[in-house]
Design a protein around this ligand. Structure first.
Ligand SMILES: Nc1ncnc2c1ncn2[C@@H]1O[C@H](COP(=O)(O)OP(=O)(O)OP(=O)(O)O)[C@@H](O)[C@H]1O
Ligand SMILES: Cc1ncc(COP(=O)(O)O)c(N)n1
Length: 265
């Protein structure tokens, strides 16, 4: 069984972050290990509190797992601040890790901030050049490109801007924005520096999408670990996620998470 590492925040509600990642990895039949960056007090209604761990605590967790276990892929989720991003980048270089999926988590669906503003620059300078793929949503992509949220921009142009930061692939997720999309499709755009490829799925009319980004990036990392090429890894991850959204069940009083284990039925 291939081993996959997630470096992310804990979601006490179980729908996003580390918890979403481990569930996703398990149903993809890879072994999931975790390095925790922050402990969020969170439920389906929002984030009530965040305790970010020190970069040192993140560093020692990384040393423990990387000294011992050989990972075929890894993903990052909530990294919270510049110090943690720098520490993660150092360890990825030190252990020559490949198949890095970077989900540059900035804000929770609930609107709560999960990244310090100054850390955006650190992401671009330190972590993106080491990434196989970065998976920003439309809002994150605009922030990374230094654009105003309201400004409309051609997606291909935006993906090309983000490729300049040095990853091998960029995937811009259009999920949330598709709510305004007449076509009722959830469309994501993959770019490898030469070709654009669109991934279209049915747009499912629901607010129960807590953890979609975490789940997608964990599925992509699992598929890369199993040796899939990027196009297939993204296509299969998106198919898995679409069914996980469709098969959601009610967990709390707010935005419920996706059903990570729909395919075990
Ligand atoms: N209602 C929906 N129906 C179908 N697919 C969706 C829906 N919402 C999101 N998606 C898909 O989920 C994936 C994650 O996209 P999204 O834009 O939600 O990312 P995100 O904002 O990083 O996620 P999150 O913040 O929830 O972790 C994409 O593949 C997107 O197309
Ligand atoms: C620990 C953690 N990591 C990531 C997210 C983003 O997920 P979402 O936007 O679906 O709330 C989150 N809410 N919590």
């Amino acid at each position: 069984m291939k081993k996959v590492l997630t470096i992310a925040g804990s979601d006490s509600g179980g729908g996003a972050g580390i918890q979403a990642d481990i569930k996703t990895m398990t149903v993809h039949q890879v072994y999931g290990a975790s390095v925790i960056t922050a402990v969020t007090a969170q439920n389906t209604l929002g984030v009530q509190d965040v305790k970010t761990l020190s970069a040192r605590a993140v560093s020692s967790q990384l040393e423990s797992v990387l000294n011992d276990i050989e990972f075929s892929a890894l993903k990052t989720g909530m990294l919270a601040n510049s110090e943690i991003i720098e520490e993660v980048a150092l360890k990825i270089k030190k252990y020559s890790l490949s198949n890095l999926v970077v989900d540059p988590v900035m804000v929770a669906t609930s609107g709560d901030l999960l990244l310090k503003k100054a850390a955006v620059k650190t992401y671009k300078e330190k972590l993106f050049p080491l990434a196989e793929i970065i998976t920003p949503n439309l809002h994150e992509a605009k922030v990374l490109a230094g654009l105003e949220a309201e400004k409309s921009i051609d997606l291909e142009q935006l993906a090309a801007e983000l490729m300049k930061f040095g990853s091998n692939y960029v995937l811009i997720k259009g999920g949330h924005s598709s709510q305004n999309n007449q076509s009722r499709k959830a469309v994501d755009l993959l770019y490898d520096g030469s070709y654009f490829r669109k991934f279209e799925a049915e747009y499912i009319e629901t607010n129960n999408t807590h953890g979609t980004g975490c789940t997608l990036s964990a599925a992509i990392a699992s598929n890369l670990a199993k040796g899939m090429e990027m196009g297939k890894a993204v296509a299969e991850a998106k198919d898995y996620l679409t069914e996980a959204i469709r098969n959601h069940f009610i967990v709390g009083q707010g935005n419920s998470p996706v059903n990570h284990v729909w395919n075990l039925k």
